[in-house]
Each structure stands twice: as structure tokens, then as C-alpha cells.
Design a protein around this ligand. Structure first.
Ligand code: ADP
Ligand code: MG
Length: 551
């Protein structure tokens, strides 16, 4: 009778559930799983830190629309990967973490890297289970992946002890699991579809907010139809950018604060009224703002602000319902309204406010001047990764997204350190698209060693470090004997030299006049390249009406 080991069963089961990529770090007790994955046709990408590996797995999941895997060793490996589970939970992204574990027959004995992994993973996950017997591996994998993808997506965890990985199961005793099935797309209550349109029709200052739930739902065609038919002004959340092109004439993203503050009816599509949206509360929103809320998660409806109309269902399916219902109505939001005028004026004023910074040719550069060349250089289909405080926030306003799922950033959890893991994932999962990562020097440092991963796998990621020598801002060169302030990093650190040493291409650009040529050369280079741009240590954002994290 033929037998099969636990590692092979895991690889086969993952493949059967649609997993194409596994990011991880091998060591006791998991090398056999990585080897089996390669044998079964899963691409295995060995990373340098488990945090990055778990960030990569979730970014690959988001980009491919299927759950992708992360494989880590017992104890500290699993603990490091929890950072990714928490980030995936907050972003509502799927991923599966497979944690090697000490053998069950040593439970409680103080085994090598023994840890209560399943219990610790549970709060970060939709599903966390220990695999008890090799025969049941297909069952657990199917259950985990189905859970991660259906409803609100999220991370799942499987604990895989050494003795179960190595166990031999008789083929005929192996549990058979259903093959991968894409999630169904639940529809909203039809009467609420009509009520949603009534609410929008009654608005004086309507606003659509497009969130990353719509990007995940691949609802871009339906959202575009809806917005173009209703002519409603819209703005996007940070990673909702691109579901509708930022260049679309109905975009009011350039007047974000005013649009949020003065809208009377908000159609919230696959976005949450959390800190990113200032909880939907005054003074950032109008008191008594009416909310039409579309979300796949019923519990999300009414969080922080009661919803006047709830559309509980899948973003793509529900937008299809709305478009269908629209065909019985003549209504669209008129071209000439006071609201449109207000938003247009504000957008123009905002553009004027940053113009002097965009045109400032002094060296060291400011953010806006650096972004001017980056934006002109960025290929249209680039996947853009943004990370760092000012680097990310200013980049969000300056770098347009024209297609969905082309922007990855610190997200709902505000995680610093996602950058290079996300970039590796984007380059692996979308090999035909340019991948550009723009990071602050602090953010870059969290995962900089993944440059070696990029070299090893030949991933032609273009890294740009906007380097102000500090967390947030710096102070420039320190004086002799000066105590190092907590937020200060080495001013002018030559990060590009690190990539050069590993075999990539590096550029250090002090004069704004040289920036474009360096970017072009970086793009032309057939491999990873890093453009290190020292910024003025005090460069900042344009003055904001509300301070950061003001509710
Ligand atoms: P953003 O950061 O873009 O505002 P959030 O992550 O806060 O987005 O919110 C995304 C929302 O989208 C979550 O509340 C999630 O439940 C919802 N969502 C996830 N998948 C779908 C889907 N297929 N259809 C509709 N909503 C979805
Ligand atoms: Mg910095």
C-alpha cells in the first residue's frame, strides 16, 4: 500500500486549495514542507525575516485574490510571523500561516522552541488549529482556506508539529477534502438597494467613499458604471485608490477634508469609519451625516455612526444590483451644483498651496520636489508600495493610481516594516508589472535585508528611499559629542551602497536636477535598484487643517 508523509500532504492540500506561493524561512521542523511545496508546483520564496515573509504572503493573497501561504519555524519563527497575522486581520486580507511546532510527544517537557503557538495565534486569526494527524491534513487546509476567503477575509493559522510533518499516512486513509471553490458573492436585500438610491437622490452634498473592500471584491467595473451613471463625486481610502482612477473627473480626492466635512450623505463602499476615516464623527464629518453603508460584514454596519441604509453583501454583486436598479431611474447628480463648485475650488486651492514646494529646486530636496520627478517617471501600470510617515502620506496625495490593487501601504494597522515584503510579493505575483517602493529611511530599515531576497530571485524592484535621517524628521548631521535624539537616524546614510554590495544598482541623488536621470537609469537596470534621496531634515507636509490623528 502506498504511503505519503505529512509534508507532502500539506503541499498537495495547499495546491488543491489554490495556493501558488509560499513565503517563508526554513529550519527545524519545516524544510520538508518547503521542499514538498516546490515539488508540487508551489513557488517557494525564502525570505530573511519571518515578519517580511508573513507580510509578503498577505500582499500576494490580496493581489491574486486567493489565499497564499507563509511557512515558519517553531517558537520564535511563529512569534515573528504574528506581526503579519495582525496586519492581515486589520486589513481584512487572507493568508495562511503554517507554523512548525515541537513534537507532540515532547509537549510540556521544555522541548526545543516549544511554545503555545495555536493559542497565541488565535486572537489574530479567523481560524487557528493544530493538526493532530497526518491523515486529516487535507481537511484542515480546506477548512482554513475556505474560512480565510469567505465573508470578511482574514488570516488563518495551522500548527504543524514535527512528528505529524514526518508521519507516514496510508493513502487510502487520507481524508478527502472538497477542491478549492471561489467564495460566493452574497447579494444585498433588494429593498435596501432602492432605499440606498433614494437616500443618494435626496442628498444635497453627496459623497462616495471607495475602500479597499471594493478592490478586494474586484468591483472596479461595477463601481465605475455606478459612479459614471450617477455622476456622484467620490474619493478613495488609501488602498481603495485606483478602483476608480485618481484622474477621473468625478474624483474629489484633492479636496478630501472639505468633502468629508461637508457631505450630507456618504455612500461608504467597502471602507470602515475607523481612524483613517476619522470615525465618521465631527469635526471631520458633518454632525448627523447620513450613511449608506456597503460591507460584507454585517457586524461592521453602524460602527461609530448608525447607517441609514445597510447593503450587506459582496461589493461586486451589490454594485451590480445598484446598477440594475438605476436602469429604472432617470436620476443623476446634476453637473452644476454649489457642492461641486465648493469641492473644485478647494482642490484648486490645495494644488496652489503645494506648488511652491513642488517647484523648489533647493538641495537637499523637499518631499514634493522629489515626488514631482517620481510621478513623471512612474509607469502607468506600476504597483506602488508606500511606507513611512510623511513619505507615505505625501505620496498618497502626489502619486496617482489609475488601476485597482496597484497600491500597497502601511494600511489599517499603520504598520511600518511592510515595504520590502510587499514589494517581493508584488514582484513575484505580478511579474509583468513594474514594482516601485517609495519609503522613508526609517521604514526602509525595518526590512532592508530583503534586498538580498530580491537579488537572489532576480526581482527587478525599484526602491526609492526618501532619506531625512530620522523617524518622521531628523536634525541633520549631529554635533561632536551630541546625545543622539531618540528619533534620529544617520543623516545621509548610504543605503544604496548596501544594495550595490549585494549585486544591485544604487544611486545617491543630492541635486534635484539629477533625480530624473537616476530614476531612468534605475528603471533601465534589469534587477533591483535603489535611489537614495537625501531630503532636508525638516521637510514636511503642507500645513494641515487638522493635525495627524485629529478626530
Ligand atoms: P479602507 O482601509 O480602504 O477604508 P477597510 O479595510 O477599512 O478599507 O474596509 C474594508 C471593508 O471591506 C471591511 O469592512 C470588509 O469587511 C469589507 N469587505 C471585504 N470584502 C468585501 C467584499 N467582497 N464585498 C464588500 N465588502 C467587503
Ligand atoms: Mg525619515
Amino acid at each position: 500500500m502506498a504511503s505519503v508523509d505529512g509534508a507532502t500532504l500539506m503541499a498537495r492540500s495547499l495546491k488543491a486549495q489554490g495556493v501558488d506561493y509560499m513565503f517563508g524561512i526554513v529550519g527545524f521542523p519545516v524544510p520538508g514542507i518547503a521542499a514538498a511545496a516546490q515539488k508540487e508546483g508551489i513557488s517557494y520564496i525564502g525570505m530573511r525575516n519571518e515578519q517580511s515573509a508573513s507580510y509578503a504572503a498577505q500582499a500576494a493573497s490580496y493581489l491574486t485574490g486567493r489565499t497564499q501561504a507563509c511557512l515558519v519555524v517553531s517558537g520564535p519563527g511563529v512569534i515573528h510571523a504574528f506581526a503579519g497575522l495582525a496586519n492581515a486581520r486589520e486589513n481584512c486580507w487572507p493568508m495562511i500561516l503554517i507554523g512548525g511546532a515541537s513534537p507532540t510527544y515532547q509537549n510540556g517537557m521544555g522541548a526545543f522552541q516549544e511554545e503555545r503557538q495555536t493559542e497565541l495565534a488565535a486572537p489574530y486569526c479567523k481560524y487557528a488549529q493544530e493538526i493532530d494527524r497526518a491523515e486529516r491534513i487535507p481537511y484542515y487546509v480546506e477548512q482554513a482556506i475556505r474560512t480565510s476567503l469567505n465573508g470578511r477575509p482574514g488570516p488563518v493559522y495551522l500548527n504543524f508539529p514535527d512528528d505529524v510533518i514526518r508521519a507516514e499516512a496510508e493513502e487510502e486513509n487520507v481524508v478527502q477534502a472538497a477542491p478549492f471553490a471561489p467564495p460566493t458573492r452574497p447579494l444585498a436585500d433588494p429593498s435596501n438597494v432602492e432605499r440606498a438610491l433614494d437616500a443618494l437622490e435626496s442628498a444635497e452634498n453627496p459623497l462616495v467613499i471607495v475602500g479597499k473592500g471594493m478592490a478586494w471584491a474586484r468591483a472596479e467595473d461595477e463601481v465605475r458604471d455606478f459612479i459614471e451613471r450617477t455622476q456622484l463625486p467620490f474619493l478613495a481610502s488609501p488602498m481603495g485608490k485606483g478602483v476608480m482612477s485618481d484622474d477621473h473627473p468625478l474624483s474629489v480626492g484633492a479636496a478630501r477634508s472639505t468633502a468629508l466635512k461637508e457631505a450630507d450623505v456618504v455612500f461608504l463602499m467597502g471602507a470602515r469609519l475607523n481612524w483613517i476615516m476619522h470615525f465618521g464623527l465631527p469635526p471631520r464629518f458633518k454632525p448627523g451625516v447620513r450613511i449608506v453603508q456597503l460591507d460584507i460584514e454585517q457586524e461592521e454596519i453602524g460602527r461609530n455612526v448608525p447607517a441609514e441604509v445597510a447593503l450587506v453583501g459582496d461589493g461586486k454583486a451589490v454594485m451590480g444590483q445598484l446598477n440594475q436598479a438605476l436602469s429604472n431611474r432617470q436620476w443623476f447628480y446634476p453637473a452644476e451644483t454649489a457642492w461641486r463648485g465648493t469641492l473644485k475650488e478647494k482642490a484648486q486651492a490645495n494644488a496652489e498651496a503645494v506648488r511652491p514646494m513642488i517647484e523648489d529646486e533647493s538641495s537637499p530636496m523637499n518631499y514634493y520636489r522629489a515626488y514631482r520627478d517620481i510621478v513623471e517617471w512612474l509607469p502607468d501600470d506600476a504597483i506602488i508600495i508606500g511606507e513611512g510617515a510623511n513619505t507615505m502620506d505625501i505620496g498618497r496625495t502626489q502619486m496617482p493610481n489609475r488601476a485597482p490593487r496597484h497600491r500597497l501601504d502601511a494600511g489599517t494597522y499603520g504598520t511600518m516594516g511592510i515595504g520590502l515584503g510587499f514589494a517581493v510579493a508584488a514582484a513575484v505575483a505580478c511579474p509583468d508589472q513594474p514594482v516601485v517602493s517609495v519609503q522613508g529611511d526609517s521604514a526602509f530599515g525595518f526590512s532592508g535585508m530583503e534586498m538580498e531576497t530580491m537579488i537572489r530571485y532576480g526581482l527587478p524592484v525599484k526602491l526609492i528611499v526618501l532619506n531625512n535621517g530620522g523617524i518622521g524628521g531628523g536634525v541633520g548631521p549631529l554635533k561632536e559629542g551630541q546625545t543622539v535624539p531618540p528619533g534620529v537616524l544617520t543623516y545621509g546614510a548610504r543605503y544604496e551602497g548596501m544594495l550595490e554590495a549585494l549585486g544591485g544598482k544604487g544611486f545617491y541623488v543630492e541635486d534635484p536636477a539629477d533625480l530624473r536621470a537616476a530614476l531612468d537609469e534605475a528603471m533601465a537596470f534589469d534587477g533591483p535598484a535603489l535611489v537614495n534621496v537625501p531630503l532636508h531634515p525638516k521637510a514636511g507636509r503642507k500645513p494641515q487643517q487638522f493635525g495627524w490623528l485629529t478626530t
